[in-house]
Design a protein around this ligand. Structure first.
Ligand code: KMH
Ligand code: ZN
Length: 306
């Protein structure tokens, strides 16, 4: 059986509590959801944290510490910590999880984009908390910054702490950025890419685009490991296509709140169960966390800082 890595992106910084009552917010909810995703077949949990009362994206290092400890207590899932944080956080705030927690894996956003969420305001008119409307509206005039200078600083911190970067690519030009970092020795093989499709400001989530990304990246770096995630209803289509093409798949409420049309997912675990069902129909088995550690050449849980 072929083994592929299923990642669950538990809560992210895109959706707001108004959009789903199932969006995990508290330390316990986020940790429990990661464990549930593990039980359903995920090898990796991608973690952001939120304000415990309002659900606003947060960079509180204590929340990260509590969540990683709680997850580690219950299972050996790989924790992939965000360094994207929220769309409005200063770079230093985004980066401090790396020296503090020294995780096995963390996201490294490989370029700047217009990261636009404001069209969601057409769908949602009333909100649970004041920040939600402002946060979404603010993205009409927002650049998610990841300049070459910050890429250099981020990759240095990753290397110093022996953290494997999961390189987030939101559009084709970012493949050049990663190739530049590789040529300059800022990152080293094995290269692990997460193609993030369907963000307004990035590449649309379409089959032709995924083939183009995969082929262009292959020309640029040769051998590499890759996964796909997609915003909203394209999630399962793009993840399935990735599995068909030899890639890995990321599901989770960070990217999509639904299980199927008009049906909210009650948990990340439900989405993991669905992609595992699809994978098995295709003759693909989900990799265990230890198998994923081998595939990604990770340093192992004995060497993390949590
Ligand atoms: N939250 C967004 C800024 C990451 O985790 O590094 C993008 C993001 C990527 O979630
Ligand atoms: Zn994220």
């Amino acid at each position: 059986m072929e083994k592929r890595i299923i990642t669950a992106a538990i809560t992210g910084a895109i959706h707001t509590p108004r959009m789903s009552p199932h969006l995990p917010v508290t330390v316990d909810q986020i940790a429990d959801e990661a464990v549930r995703a593990y039980e359903a077949g995920a090898a990796v949990a991608h973690i952001h944290v939120r304000n415990q009362e309002t659900g606003q994206p947060s960079s509180d290092i204590n929340f990260f510490k509590e969540i990683t400890a709680k997850i580690r207590d219950k299972c050996n899932i790989i924790v992939c910590i965000t360094t994207g944080g929220s769309l409005t956080m200063p770079l230093e705030e985004r980066l401090k999880v790396i020296p503090t927690l020294k995780p096995e894996l963390a996201s490294l956003n490989s370029g700047s984009i217009n990261f636009a969420l404001h069209p969601l305001l057409k769908k949602y008119k009333d909100f649970n908390f004041e920040w939600e409307q402002k946060y979404l509206a603010g993205t009409e005039d927002l650049i998610f910054p990841n300049t070459f200078k910050s890429l250099k600083e981020f990759s240095k911190a990753f290397e110093e702490n022996n953290v494997q970067p999961e390189l987030e690519i939101y559009d084709t030009g970012m493949i050049n950025n990663v190739a530049f970092m590789l040529a300059n020795g800022q990152i080293k093989p094995p290269i692990y890419i997460q193609f993030v499709m369907g963000i307004l400001g990035g590449i649309p989530a379409k089959a032709d685009n995924l083939l183009f990304l995969r082929n262009t990246a292959r020309e640029a770096f040769g051998d590499f490991i890759w996964s796909v995630c997609a915003a909203g209803h394209s999630q399962f289509e793009m993840c399935t296509l990735s599995l068909l093409l030899g890639g890995n798949a990321r599901v989770g409420l960070e990217d999509n709140l639904y299980l199927e049309r008009k049906v909210l997912a009650k948990s990340n675990g439900e989405q993991v169960e669905k992609i595992v069902r699809i994978a098995r129909e295709l003759g693909i088995e989900p990799a265990t966390p230890d198998e994923a550690r081998q595939i990604l050449s990770l340093k192992g849980l004995d060497n993390v800082g949590y």
